[in-house]
Design a binder for this molecule. Structure first.
Ligand code: KIV
Length: 275
């Protein structure tokens, strides 16, 4: 069954958990899709895990469109949500609608995600009015890393917790179909989840959310620049890849690869006639 913004809302009503993983290319998108994950997020985390930046701030609209279009070709059942990169919507409501539209038209996104609470509600309303579903993102919003002074847990104090709850209600009111809660205390994430009718998708927010999202390189242990506390490594793919690369090098160097079965045959008398 095709996952959509509508089926996300229905899942919450039925009490069904939602799953989301990032993907940034066709082959990975196909694997995630075939595993039955509800949504694929083309996150601007691609700046870090695919492009090697230290944060997400340098990611461009062109980067997002390029990767989103590749993922779209591999995602059949999963809902494709693409991140709006830094400064593609903060500048104005007009820019937000134009750039959300580009992610849909050129990147084949089925929904967009943008970071922020009260300050982006007008942007969310305008994008939704243009018939583009919006997933909001509050808590630790990585595009604000410089304002936060690092990648830090948000909403621990009373004022900060109240603000996050207000923001979750505000993005719902603005028309978002779901909201990502990143790096917020478990008890606050539960309170928010109970207080809004749209699904909450947690990352570092505990099991009380309506769904979960992870960056796939984190959960496969392929990215070693950072090891967030909230990640479980479901497989050691990074170590397996390194082993396979080293085995390939050994086989090429000792002449065991390519073997006969990897070669193409011809009438070898032709070779003898060549001059
Ligand atoms: O960019 C991203 O991958 C994200 C997730 C961490 C939620 O925003």
């Amino acid at each position: 069954m095709k996952n959509t913004a509508i089926t996300f809302r229905e899942a919450k009503q039925k009490g069904e958990k939602l799953t989301m993983l990032t993907a940034y290319d066709y082959s990975t998108a196909k694997l995630v899709d075939e595993a039955g994950i509800n949504a694929i997020l083309v996150g601007d985390s691609l700046g870090m895990v695919m492009l090697g930046y230290e944060d997400t701030l340098s990611v461009t609209m062109e980067d997002m469109i390029h990767h989103s279009a590749a993922v779209a070709r591999g995602a059949k059942s999963a809902l494709l949500i693409t991140d709006m990169p830094f400064m593609s919507y903060q500048t104005s409501v007009y820019d937000a609608v134009v750039n959300a539209g580009r992610l849909v038209k050129e990147g084949r996104a089925q929904a967009v995600k943008l970071e922020g609470g009260l300050e982006v509600c007008e942007h969310i309303k305008a994008i939704v009015k243009a018939s583009i579903p919006v997933c909001a993102h509050i808590g630790l919003t990585p595009q604000s890393v410089n304002a936060f002074g690092g990648f830090k847990v948000q909403g621990k104090g009373e004022a900060a917790a109240q603000r996050l709850l207000d923001e979750a209600r505000a993005v719902e009111e603005a028309g978002a179909f779901s909201v990502v809660l990143e790096c917020v205390p478990q008890a606050l994430a539960e309170k928010i989840t109970q207080s809004v009718s749209i699904p909450t998708i947690g990352i570092g927010a505990g099991a009380g959310c309506d769904g979960q999202v992870l960056v796939y390189q984190d959960m496969l242990a392929m990215y070693s620049d950072m090891a967030p506390k909230f990640v479980r490594q479901f497989a050691q793919v990074g170590a397996q890849m390194k082993e396979a690369f080293a085995a390939y090098k050994t086989a090429v160097c000792d002449g065991t690869f390519p073997a006969q079965e990897h070669t193409f045959k011809m009438d070898e008398t032709i070779i003898d006639r060549l001059y």
